[in-house]
Ligand binder design. Structure first.
Ligand code: FES
Ligand SMILES: [Fe+2]
Length: 460
């Protein structure tokens, strides 16, 4: 096998010592490189197909900092374009979502079809003498647009692997948590808010099962959350230090699932709950646990999925919140600013009161009104600020928790994983992947040179 190419971004991490250079969270030049090498090259979540079911439906989103339109053309095909007119660059779409017959630029009136073609140029005959080649001046299309079980993604790089291959086992399992629950649709409206923090600090927190009992102590004391979890599950989630109930799954290119797994005791408890009462009206949380008993869930998620309460993350910036049935995008808005977008899913067939309960839970936990996210947001902003100081930057951040583990298992089928204590392995995996993405000049190079879990973690 060819030796892996030199990766100069790995110098920001000290893998052996489990530390990470603070500059990666606020360096201007690094941020610009991320835009090109991570966001333009990677698969970015655009929307769910239920948000754009009909031709002409559109949803505005971003690839990195660049505004893009996700739409369906007249043939029903999914399309993604840069939201920027080819004449002077003005936005051709200003509404966040809706239905359009065409995209009319409000500056001078160039008009583009739903397939991105330039169809109208005011003064085409008189001012341009019909010389402008309209075929060459359509909207700039994404390199690839694909959907996995209703989740629409786009990449600007036509050389990117297909979406299913990119997601791999771990990314697909993350999305299957939601897709497998039936006819899932996005609740109208996406909750959006901005925080003065770096996007990677937010990703880091996705895998952080260390902070909950400190950061969220008052939120849990408030009694705002329904106590529908069995007590031992709740204890393991909130006070998990003593038990080895955590599982980290590693996917290619930086995807991971990390967090508690359902022990045999909790699994048996769920089966007893389900068996005792056929007519359980599912509370949102119980539903997200009980549907795992369904044989179809087993077929789609496997043992790893049905038993996992971990947080799936699809690199670079999509978090799947399995308990609240949400996905969250963390959109970079500069090295020190991130916009968070929360998409909430419900099953079309759930009774109205169950849908309302799901929406209420999601709103109280995450998003701008979410009690947990308000706690988290404070930490993320202050942590980012703590990476800006030139003196502070001399000192790396510590990721040494559970560093001595030698527990990596590489199964013949399925993703490599570590069963262990609360840990910081998924964070280190994310930064290692970040270095690979930043270092590679092309998809070919990234495919060839990205690290494997065996390069980073020790096996027994
Ligand atoms: S900028 Fe769009 S028509 Fe001139
Ligand atoms: Fe939190």
């Amino acid at each position: 096998m060819e030796p892996k190419a030199k990766n100069r971004f790995v110098d920001y991490l000290n893998i052996d010592d489990h530390t990470v250079d603070r500059v990666i969270f606020s360096g201007d030049e690094l941020y610009k490189t991320e835009q090109k090498k991570i966001f333009a090259r990677g698969w970015n979540f655009m929307c769910h197909e239920s948000q754009i079911p009909k031709p002409g439906d559109f949803f505005l989103n971003y690839i990195g900092e660049e505004s893009v339109i996700a739409t369906r053309d007249r043939t029903g095909k999914l399309q993604v374009f840069l939201n920027s007119c080819r004449h002077r660059g003005n936005a051709v779409c200003r509404a966040e979502m809706g239905n359009a017959r065409a995209f009319l630029c409000t500056y001078h009136g160039w008009t583009y079809g739903l397939d991105g073609k330039l169809t109208g140029v005011p003064g085409f005959r008189e001012l341009y003498q019909e010389k402008i080649n309209r075929d060459e001046w359509g909207l700039i299309p994404a390199g690839k647009v694909q959907s996995y079980r209703g989740f629409v993604f786009a990449t600007m790089d036509p050389e990117a692997p297909d979406l299913e291959e990119y997601l791999g086992d771990v990314g697909r399992t993350g999305l299957n948590f939601i897709a497998s629950q039936g006819d899932m649709v996005v609740v109208e409206g996406v909750q959006k808010n901005r925080l003065e923090c770096n996007w990677k600090i937010v990703v880091d927190n996705t895998f952080d099962w260390y902070h909950a009992q400190i950061s969220h102590a008052s939120a849990f004391m408030s009694g705002a959350f329904p106590r529908s979890l069995p007590d031992d599950t709740a204890n393991e989630l909130l006070h998990p230090f003593g038990s080895k109930q955590q599982r980290v799954l590693f996917g290619d290119y930086g995807h991971a699932i990390s967090g508690p797994r359902l022990t045999d005791a909790v699994w048996d408890g769920l089966q007893r709950i389900a068996a005792r009462d056929e007519s359980i009206v599912p509370s949102p949380v119980m539903n997200s646990l009980l549907w795992r008993l369904d044989p179809r869930a087993g077929e789609e998620l496997g043992e790893i999925g049905t038993r996992s309460l971990g947080h799936p993350h699809i690199f670079p910036n999509l978090f799947v919140s399995t308990i609240t049935n949400q996905v969250a995008l963390r959109l970079p808005k500069g090295p020190n600013e991130t916009e968070l977008w929360w998409f909430t899913f419900v099953n079309k067939d759930w009774p109205d009161e169950v849908k309302a309960g799901a929406i209420s839970l999601a709103t109280r936990v995450f998003g701008p009104a979410g009690m947990l996210e308000q706690d988290d947001g404070e930490n993320w902003e202050m942590s980012t600020s703590g990476t800006r100081g030139l003196i502070a930057r001399e000192y790396p951040l510590n990721y040494q928790m559970d560093a001595e583990t030698t527990n990596l298992t590489v199964p013949e089928v399925g993703a490599p994983y570590i069963d262990t204590l609360v840990n910081e392995h998924a964070q280190l995996w994310t930064y290692r992947a970040w270095a690979d993405w930043m270092s590679a000049e092309s998809w070919e190079e990234l495919k060839q040179n990205h690290a494997t879990p065996q390069d980073v973690f020790k096996s027994a």
